[in-house]
Design a protein around this ligand. Structure first.
Ligand code: CTP
Ligand code: MN
Ligand code: MN
Length: 501
């Protein structure tokens, strides 16, 4: 016990603490502080004296001891801002209206704190919530694989996909851009007011976002997913070699699924026939392990026809995805010109090993014009390339022995279970264009589109998977690495794992 005399001394030292006639603090748990702001100096002095006389501890100065801050005519936000400036936001005092104080004076003890005594809580949608800010172009942003707003981005992606399948490219890009902005946000969106000023969010996308924030789901995305047309377009374009135009024509002919297609008189081209035959395999995602197995095969093929050639895994797997719809490779040789004719040799080698179920090779048709690329620079590149379906053996994988029995797959065909079909894209680039090809084939598709848009609109340059042309200087800008291309474009370098826009 602190001797009474000493305690008295402490009290009279500060001169602020309410004590009863014997110098005792009546309510030791309650330490009050009256905010002078808007109350005024003299009223504050009067009310403080009144409180102390009634046995309350009323502090002259704010400190961490204060348990109750009493305010008059201040908003909660104003007081919180002031409190933050005093205590670095650490204080956990009650923020109370003067009514709590006067009622407590009358009652001669601290009255229970009711809602009406509390200063208004901050509006979630307003000042307290961070308003996001991101640069306009996806190529100016870092977009990792995971994001904090997958419910929103998945709904917008469905709408984008539906627009693309319906040949409405503009709408598709608008939804893709909106989804990409949300993918780049540092935390979940809780209110549309946080999105004020963000680029690429049009009325339609905002409506979808609001619907999800208020109702948990987007009715438009849900009804799209359930619509017969969307389902039919998905199934039919799932056939390798079938684009949205063909699918649309078939749907107008009453074909909505694979059974109807098989029963129909439609003539299929070579890729569509292969696509239909290997439908289940091709629509089953490719794993990273399978991609690595394919890489091993491609390396073996390339090294046996052109030793010294280099092979890089591109596409989604280079961006760190663990699943893909295909496997993409870029092949080059450090000596310019040695790569010419490489693809047909690689394909022959693969065929001789019975590793290809389908392939279509296109020759390199790229010619660098002295006057720069035609305008608009074509999105399609003209490298020697091979769109193929690999026959990937399952025998390397654990548990493969159990698959040796003949099984019947969903299409009612017999599948020996020893291999699966995998879509593989091979591209050959001369070393002088390699950096551009690598950048162009790493994706994502939206990231690529945004790079080209940035180059054209912001820099007066034309970017393709072959070259970068500066229209201001009327000359090509060379590069031997992706970093150099970003530098030419005046952009910060974004590594592949952060190009998942
Ligand atoms: N690409 C291209 N020209 C094509 C097809 C694709 O330049 N005719 C590029 C795309 O721009 C993309 C990359 O190749 O950057 C990979 O395309 P794709 O395999 O379709 O997509 P991924 O991102 O790899 O996604 P997934 O995992 O589904 O394969
Ligand atoms: Mn791919
Ligand atoms: Mn591909």
């Amino acid at each position: 016990m602190v001797p009474l005399k000493r305690r008295k001394l402490v009290c009279s030292d500060t001169g602020n603490t309410g004590t009863d006639s014997r110098g005792q603090t009546k309510f030791p748990q309650v330490v009050l502080f009256l905010l002078e702001r808007k109350m005024g100096t003299s009223r504050r002095a009067f009310l403080s004296q009144l409180g102390r006389r009634k046995g309350f501890q009323v502090e002259e100065l704010f400190s961490e001891r204060v348990t109750h801050v009493i305010c008059e005519n201040n908003s909660g936000d104003e007081v919180r801002a002031w409190l933050d400036s005093q205590s670095g936001g650490r204080a956990a005092a009650h923020l109370l209206d003067i009514s709590w104080y006067t009622e407590s004076m009358r009652a001669l003890h601290p009255v229970e704190i009711l809602d009406r005594h509390k200063l208004q809580e901050p509006q979630i949608s307003e000042s307290e919530v961070a308003v996001f800010s991101v640069p306009s172009y996806a190529c100016q942003r870092r977009t990792a694989l995971d994001n904090y707003n997958t419910t929103l981005t998945e709904a917008l992606s469905i709408l984008a996909e539906n627009a693309e399948l319906s040949e409405e490219e503009g709408r598709g890009v608008a939804f893709r851009r909106a989804a990409a902005v949300l993918k780049a946000l540092p935390s979940p969106v809780t209110s549309v007011s946080q999105l004020r000023g963000l680029p690429c969010l049009g009325d339609h996308s905002l409506r979808v976002i609001r619907d999800i924030l208020e109702n948990g789901a987007s009715s438009e995305a849900e009804s799209t997913k359930e619509s017969e047309r969307y389902k039919a377009l998905k199934v039919l374009t799932g056939i390798f070699g079938v684009g949205s135009k063909t699918a649309d024509r078939w749907i107008r002919d009453g074909i909505h699924d694979l059974h109807q297609l098989r029963a129909s008189e439609q003539t299929l081209n070579r890729s569509q026939q292969a696509g239909l035959e290997h439908y289940d395999d091709i629509n089953q995602p490719v794993t990273k392990a399978e991609a690595d197995a394919i890489r091993g095969i491609v390396e073996k093929a390339v090294n046996s026809v052109l030793p010294g050639a280099e092979i890089v895994l591109t596409g989604g797997f280079r961006r760190g995805k663990v699943m893909g719809h295909d496997v993409d490779f870029l092949i080059t040789h450090p000596q310019e010109g040695r790569e010419v004719g490489l693809m047909s040799k690689v394909v022959s080698w693969l065929e001789s090993q019975d590793l290809l179920l389908y392939q279509k090779t296109t020759r390199n048709s790229y010619l660098e014009s002295k006057d720069g690329p035609g305008r608009p620079a074509s999105n399609m590149d003209r490298f020697e390339r091979c769109l193929s379906i690999f026959k990937l053996s399952k025998k390397e994988e654990p548990g493969a022995e159990n698959l040796k029995t003949v099984t019947e797959n969903k299409l009612g065909r017999h599948d020996h279970g020893l291999w699966r079909a995998v879509r593989v894209d091979l591209v050959v680039s001369p070393i002088s264009q390699f950096a551009f090809a690598l950048l162009g084939w790493t994706g994502s598709k939206l990231f690529e589109r945004e790079l080209r848009r940035w180059a054209g609109h912001e820099r007066g340059m034309s970017l393709s998977s072959h070259a970068l042309y500066d229209n201001n200087q009327s000359r090509y800008l060379r590069a031997s690495s992706e970093e150099e291309i970003f530098t030419h474009l005046g952009l910060d370098y974004i590594p592949p794992s952060e190009r998942n826009a």
